[in-house]
Structure formats: structure tokens, C-alpha cells
Design a protein around this ligand. Structure first.
Ligand code: HEM
Length: 569
């Protein structure tokens, strides 16, 4: 009994002991596992902190190194001393940038640097030879340009900052556009031209029209019909589309000027909702294009897949660029980003050009008359009513070049080289990442290059007679040249290629030059040939110039009231 008692008495505590010990042991084991785990976590966290610290330090050192490198490389470039931590940004935001750069070039020479902050270097170049060299060597655009297009239209393979991203699309688009010009067809659809003429007919009874609004509408109609086909002309939402595009044009530069996207600003979200509406409408017009296609091929009623990229496989009748612009090189691209980008850039710059041509013709009636006789003569030579050859319209083409020269699409051409430094023949080294600008107005209106009448409208500077040199900008006086040009039929003037001149930059130059130059010049020439055949453009007697200031490099149009008068009426 005893043993059993003892065993039971001893076993009981012993049992509880054992349990306790087991419990205790397992707890202490758990504790030690816990502490090992805690230790491990603490070590890993420490390691993570160290790695982060090293990474951040390396990054900061790299930034510091880049900064010191930028400062050292920028030092030999002449320019005014930095007034404050923010450099000259205040100066540029208060004054007209072209005037500021004009004064600086007078003082410091043809290459001038400006600091816009401790890390933001801007180099302005004014000498035409150096400009040509720079525009060939600096392949990228300033990040702000790419950001403006990206924020508004999503990612696309045109108008991005990096040359690598746009190179392929640029090449194919250029081939397609210039191919169309070579085929000698009407580059702008005939129906779009008819549409514009009909509109002129409708407004003719009215007192006058605002040249700015009217040219904007003309450009919008031409570009829209070219990109989306004739369906664009009959589209019920065309007016809303135009309005949205202009709203974006007004604000794009402002929102892109933020280095960090300002998500916290309610205005930004309003802007984004306008951009989203434009995307939806683009999808809608693409749908309309597809429907027209299916109708024209007899497939009316048959579903054509139009949701996004699949539409690019459909060949749309009368639609030049659709496939080209909508085909994807990169899956992360916005489906209609390129189409919207071209509509945006093409409409703004073409509107500016058309407006300036109208104003120049209205204020120079003798030139307008000569162009009219040029068009009627070309018309006689043409085999078909609507197929005048643009080559015969030399004075009209010269007028287009001269109008482009006098109001270039932006006051600055801008570039940068994101990855590599490069040197100019002048001996200056431009560090990677520095912003490069060309004050185009100063270059194209420089009396020393243009012979005294740089700020005057003189299309004859682009023409030469047989035996004369073909350098443009050599025809000195407008009146002398105008007299020589009395009879187009008798004297054979030839048009000089303006791109041979280093000082002709309305379409940029070099590696990122405008791919639409030939196309738009020919298209606008044919548009004006049709317009001038039927109408005379006159300035309204009480016309006033309502020029607006520059908005982030976008030249807003000056406007005046003009009247269209039917010829022979
Ligand atoms: C009068 C009308 C136009 C003017 C004055 C104009 C002017 C310009 C200018 C100044 C540039 C920048 C060039 C540079 O940095 O060297 C440019 C770029 C460009 N233009 Fe135009 N443009 C016009 C119409 C068009 C049209 C109708 C198209 C297409 C159909 C077009 C397509 C482009 C493209 C794709 C670029 C970007 C090139 C790049 O970033 O690599 N342009 N344009």
C-alpha cells in the first residue's frame, strides 16, 4: 500500500513535476525559439536598414556626383551668375523668354547658360550652324514635353522624350506621309476641303469671322478627316471633340510643368476627366470609322471588333494613318495615344499656320492676286479639275514658308541628351541632362541672316530666277523682288528648298524634326488653291489684332476679323 501510496504520493507530484517540467521545458524551448526568431527578425531588420542606408547613401552620392559633374561641365559655358538658389526661374516666369534670351545672347555670345535651380541647367544656342549641329546630336526632348503628352493622352510611341522610344514610329510615319506626297494625290481628303468651302459659303453672308477660330476649325477638319476618314465629317460629336482638344491645349503645359504629378490638386483631376472624355470620344470615332468600313465593304450589320487595338487590323477605306498610328510597338501604349497626340500637335500647329497665311494674304492683296493667277494658270495645265500640281504653285508655297517663318509653332525648339554629354564645334561641352533651347524667333528674324527685312512678310526670299543663286534669305528687298515677279507666266521662278538654310526652323531640324512638314505644306497649299479660286480674303475694316501672350512655349494665335468675298460676284 505504502509503496503504492508512496508511489502514488510520489508519482503525483512527480507526475505534476514532469508535466510542469515538460510544460516548462516546452515553454522555455518556445521561449528560446521565440527569442531566436526575434533575434533573427531583429538581425534581418538591421540588415535591411543597413542595406537601405547604403542604397540611399549610394543614391545620394551618385546624385551629388552628378550634380558636381554638371556644375563642373557647365562652368566653361558663358552665362550670367546665379542670383539665388532657384537660379533664374523667377526672371523667366516674369518676362518674355525670347526677350530674356535675346539680351543674354547679345551680352554672352551664341551659347549661353542659365541655371533654373541647382540641378536644372538650360543652355540656349543662337548661332544657326551650331543649332544645326546640336539638333543632330541631341536626340531626346525635355522630359516636360513627354510628360505633357503622357498626362493628356497616355503612353505613346510618338512625342515621348526619349529618342529610343519614338525612333521606329517616327521612321514609319515619315515614310508613309512622304509616300502620300510623292503619289501626288490630294493629301487632305477632298471631302474635307469641300466641307471647309461650304462653311465659308455659309459664313459669307455674315459680317466677318474671327480668323483664329476659323483657322482652328479648318485645321481640325483637315486633320480629323485625314486621320479618321470621311466618317469624321459626319460625326455628331465633332464639335465637342474640338472643344475638349482646345481645353487640353490650354492646360497641358501647366500640369506638365510639375516635376511630381500634382495628385493632391482638384484642378488636376478636372483636367484628367477632360482627357478621359477625349479618350472615350476617340474610341467612339474609331468605332464610326470601322462602321463606315464595314458599310463600304458590304458588311453592314456585321460586328467589327472595335474595342481597342484589334481595330488596327481593319483596313479603313480612305484612311491614311489609322493602321500606322494605332499599330502597337509596345503593349503598355495607350490604344489611341498616337492618334490623339497627332490630332493635338497637328491641329494646333496647322491652325497657327493657316491663320497666319490668311492674315498675310488679307494684308497683302497684291500677293493674293498673283497667287490667284498662279492657281488659275496651274488649273489650265491640269488634266483633271481637282488635280493641280503643287510644284506649279511656287508663290503660294513661298507664302506658306514665309508665314511659317513669321509665326513658328512655338517660341523655342527644345532638346536634351538624356544619357551622353556631347561637344559642339565651338568647343563647348553640353552635359547629359542639360536642357537645350533654340530661340527660333530670334534666329529666324535675325537681320544679319535675312538682309534687313527679317520681320517683314516677303515670300520672294524663297524664290529665285534661273541663273540666280538658290540660297534662300538672299532676296533683299520685298518691293524689288515683287516687281521682278510681275508676270509669273513669263519669268520662270523656282522655289528654293528652305530646309537647306540653317536659319529656317519652323518645323525644327535634325534628328527630331517634324515628320509632317512636307505633308502639311502640300495639304495647306492645295487647301488655299481651292479657297482662293472661289474667294478673296479681306481684312474687316474695323479689324483689331487680339494677340495673346505665349503659354508655356505654345504660340497662341493672334486673331483678327476677316471677310470672305466671292470672286466675280
Ligand atoms: C504647320 C504645321 C506643323 C508645324 C509648324 C509643326 C512643327 C513641328 C515642330 C517645330 C516640331 C519639333 C521639331 C524639333 O524639335 O526639331 C514638330 C514635331 C513633330 N511633328 Fe510637327 N508640325 C506641324 C504639323 C505636323 C503634322 C500635320 C504632323 C503629322 C501628321 C506632325 C508630326 C510631328 C511629329 C510626329 C513630331 C515629333 C517628332 C519627335 O518628337 O520625334 N506635325 N512639329
Amino acid at each position: 500500500m505504502k509503496p503504492s501510496t508512496s508511489s502514488s504520493s510520489s508519482s503525483s507530484p512527480c507526475g505534476s513535476n514532469t508535466l510542469l517540467t515538460i510544460l516548462f521545458q516546452s515553454r522555455s524551448e518556445a521561449c528560446s525559439n521565440d527569442s531566436i526568431l526575434r533575434d533573427l527578425v531583429a538581425r534581418e531588420f538591421n540588415a535591411f536598414l543597413w542595406i537601405s542606408l547604403i542604397a540611399v547613401t549610394a543614391l545620394l552620392l551618385r546624385k551629388l556626383f552628378d550634380l558636381l559633374r554638371l556644375w563642373a561641365k557647365a562652368k566653361p559655358i558663358p552665362g550670367p551668375p546665379c542670383p539665388s538658389f532657384y537660379g533664374h526661374s523667377n526672371l523667366l516666369s516674369r518676362q518674355n523668354i525670347t526677350e530674356v534670351l535675346g539680351d543674354l545672347h547679345k551680352k554672352y555670345g551664341s551659347v549661353v547658360k542659365l541655371w533654373l535651380g541647382p540641378t536644372r541647367l538650360l543652355v540656349s544656342i543662337k548661332d544657326p550652324i551650331l543649332i544645326k549641329e546640336m539638333l543632330l546630336k541631341a536626340a531626346d526632348k525635355l522630359p516636360m514635353t513627354g510628360r505633357a503628352f503622357h498626362l493628356a493622352f497616355g503612353r505613346s510611341s510618338l512625342f515621348a522624350s526619349s529618342f529610343d522610344e519614338v525612333q521606329k514610329r517616327r521612321e514609319t510615319l515619315l515614310t508613309e506621309l512622304n509616300g502620300k506626297v510623292r503619289e501626288n494625290k490630294n493629301v487632305f481628303p477632298t471631302k474635307a476641303v469641300d466641307c471647309v468651302l461650304e462653311r465659308i459659303n455659309n459664313v459669307m453672308g455674315k459680317d466677318s469671322v474671327d480668323s483664329r477660330v476659323f483657322s482652328q476649325h479648318m485645321a481640325f477638319t483637315m486633320l480629323g478627316a485625314t486621320l479618321f476618314g470621311d466618317a469624321f465629317l459626319a460625326w455628331s460629336k465633332v464639335a465637342v471633340y474640338e472643344e475638349l482638344l482646345m481645353m487640353i491645349a490650354k492646360d497641358a503645359g501647366f500640369w506638365a510643368s510639375y516635376c511630381v504629378t500634382p495628385f493632391w490638386k482638384p484642378g488636376f483631376w478636372k483636367y484628367q476627366s477632360v482627357c478621359t472624355k477625349l479618350k472615350c470620344l476617340t474610341q467612339d470615332i474609331v468605332q464610326q470609322c470601322c462602321n463606315v468600313y464595314s458599310w463600304e465593304t458590304g458588311n453592314l450589320g456585321k460586328e467589327v471588333a472595335c474595342g481597342g487595338p484589334s481595330c488596327s487590323e481593319v483596313r479603313i477605306v480612305d484612311n491614311l494613318f489609322f493602321e500606322e498610328l494605332n499599330g502597337h510597338f509596345n503593349v503598355s501604349e495607350e490604344p489611341y495615344g498616337n492618334l490623339m497626340g497627332i490630332m493635338f500637335h497637328g491641329c494646333l500647329s496647322t491652325a497657327s499656320l493657316i491663320n497666319n497665311i490668311m492674315m498675310n494674304l488679307a494684308t497683302h492683296p497684291q500677293i493674293q492676286d498673283k497667287i490667284y493667277s498662279e492657281v488659275t494658270m496651274a488649273q489650265k495645265d491640269a488634266m483633271k479639275e481637282d488635280q493641280i500640281s503643287a510644284d506649279k504653285l511656287v508663290l503660294l508655297l513661298a507664302t506658306i514658308y514665309e508665314s511659317a517663318r513669321l509665326v513658328s509653332a512655338g517660341s523655342l525648339l527644345q532638346r536634351c541628351s538624356l544619357k551622353h554629354d556631347f561637344s559642339l564645334k565651338s568647343g563647348h561641352t553640353i552635359p547629359a541632362g542639360a536642357g537645350l533651347v533654340v530661340p527660333v524667333e530670334l534666329v529666324m528674324m535675325d537681320d544679319s541672316t535675312l538682309g534687313g527685312d527679317a520681320s517683314e512678310f516677303n515670300p520672294y526670299r524663297f524664290l529665285s530666277k534661273a541663273g540666280e543663286g538658290s540660297d534662300i534669305f538672299l532676296r533683299k528687298s520685298f518691293s524689288g523682288a515683287a516687281q521682278k515677279f510681275v508676270n509669273l507666266g513669263e519669268s520662270s521662278f523656282t522655289l528654293n528648298d528652305p530646309n537647306k538654310s540653317t536659319a529656317f526652323l519652323p518645323f525644327g531640324s535634325g534628328i527630331r524634326a517634324c515628320v509632317g512638314q512636307k505633308f502639311v505644306t502640300e495639304g495647306v497649299a492645295m487647301l488655299f488653291a481651292s479657297l482662293l479660286k472661289q474667294y478673296e480674303i479681306k481684312l474687316h475694316p474695323e479689324a483689331q489684332d487680339t494677340s495673346k501672350p505665349n503659354n508655356f512655349g505654345l504660340q497662341l494665335l493672334s486673331s483678327s476679323h476677316i471677310v470672305f468675298v466671292q470672286r466675280n460676284s
